[in-house]
Design a binder for this molecule. Structure first.
Ligand SMILES: NC(=O)C1=CN([C@@H]2O[C@H](COP(=O)(O)OP(=O)(O)OC[C@H]3O[C@@H](n4cnc5c(N)ncnc54)[C@H](OP(=O)(O)O)[C@@H]3O)[C@@H](O)[C@H]2O)C=CC1
Ligand SMILES: O=C(CO)COP(=O)(O)O
Length: 334
């Protein structure tokens, strides 16, 4: 297959900015395009070569005319469409985009979330609403915080697609001195694991916020990986090693890292912040907040025992006191 290597990054947040950096630092010949909704940020980046709102220390090496607020025009010029908009806002961002606009394009999802109301992970959503064939769909995941990419800390990404030759091609556009890539064909497991680990990171933050220590957190995360495996195996039962970095690795980094939005959000909830005040304070998106509500609906179909996710759901959506819920949860862990 002949590739043109024209990549459009869709979204203007931290992960989009980190993805722009990886693509620019990668030495393969390519065109990089960038869409974001914020016109002022576009003007600032064109002029000063830094994103004023996210990872502002990163130098942006994308030509000024390739950065735009016109999504249709950006998509039209690209071959790979790299989605970086939080799942809760994807439908709104794509409201003027049609299946025809995406025909023949490769859709790469770097989103770790579920589309609310639809209760679909991104591959299913793009397939059902935009007729994107699964063979044209790629997942970019793995334990990797945008902040560490900005610092060029060694990181590993998993690039998953049913078409592993396509996954390898996309991997060849993002690997750098500090980014190593692993190719997989498990699109369902990779997407669902990335969604669930955000919920477990919120649980981890809540536990910290209410006063549990490292000893308890280790038990929580040991139980979380079993819960994650049970759910992913129920949704898509294939032979997968849950200890691989796209599954266990991403859970660990998100549950333990100082950079995690989800853990930070959970910590604030544990300390008594309301959901709204925690969201306002962070100015970044904790996907797990939206995901746990969707998962609660989706799991009615699979009926997997998920006490950790249910505790997070009860705290965030049924306003149950974190201390009481974590005490109840602790009695169910082993
Ligand atoms: N950050 C990370 O390290 C990683 C993030 N991801 C995933 O990447 C995706 C993007 O997250 P990330 O880059 O971290 O996001 P950030 O939290 O850094 O930024 C928030 C993004 O959401 C947008 N946004 C906020 N409110 C709205 C709204 N009401 N309507 C439309 N857009 C809105 C912001 O746009 P604006 O600035 O215009 O308000 C901004 O682009 C998520 O799915 C996340 O899980 C995956 C791996 C690592
Ligand atoms: O997915 C991530 C790291 O792999 C980022 O997690 P947070 O959204 O919790 O920061």
């Amino acid at each position: 297959m002949n590739f043109q290597n024209k990549v459009a990054v869709i979204g203007g947040g931290s992960w989009a900015t980190a993805n722009i950096k990886m693509l620019a630092d990668n030495t393969a010949s390519k065109d990089i395009l960038w869409w974001m909704r914020n016109g002022e940020a576009v003007e600032h980046i064109r002029k000063f070569k830094h994103n004023p709102n996210y990872l502002s220390s990163v130098e942006i090496k994308v030509s000024a005319q390739n950065i735009s607020t016109d999504l249709k025009a950006v998509i039209e010029q690209a071959e790979f469409i790299l989605l970086n908009v939080p799942a809760a806002f994807l439908k709104d961002a794509f409201k003027d985009i049609t299946a025809d606009d995406l025909k023949g394009k490769y859709i790469v999802s770097a989103i770790k979330g579920i589309v609310p109301d639809e209760n679909q992970i991104i591959g299913d959503f793009m397939h059902q609403h935009y007729q994107v064939p699964f063979n044209n769909f790629i997942v970019l995941s793995g334990p990797c915080h945008a902040e560490e990419v900005a610092l060029e800390k060694l990181s590993y990404l998993t690039i998953a697609s049913r078409d592993t030759a396509l996954a390898r091609q996309f991997a060849s556009l993002v690997n750098t001195r500090y980014i190593k890539t692993v190719v997989s064909d498990d699109i369902y497991g990779t997407e669902w694991a990335a969604v669930l680990k955000n919920i477990y990171a919120i649980a981890s933050g809540i536990c910290h916020g209410v006063g549990y220590g490292d000893n308890f957190q280790a038990v929580l995360i040991s139980n979380a990986i079993r819960e994650l495996k049970d759910f992913v195996d129920a949704v898509h039962p294939i032979d997968r090693d849950i200890k691989e970095s796209a599954y266990l690795g991403d859970l660990l980094v998100t549950a333990y890292s100082q950079f995690s939005r989800n853990r930070t959000f959970g910590n604030m909830i544990g300390k008594g912040y309301t959901v709204t005040s925690a969201q306002l304070e962070m100015n970044m998106v904790a996907e797990g907040y939206y995901a746990v509500n969707c998962l609660h609906q989706v799991n009615k179909q699979y009926n997997v025992s998920m006490p950790i996710c249910e505790a997070v759901y009860a705290i965030l959506y049924q306003k149950k006191p974190p201390v009481q819920q974590m005490k109840r949860l602790a009695e169910q862990l082993s």
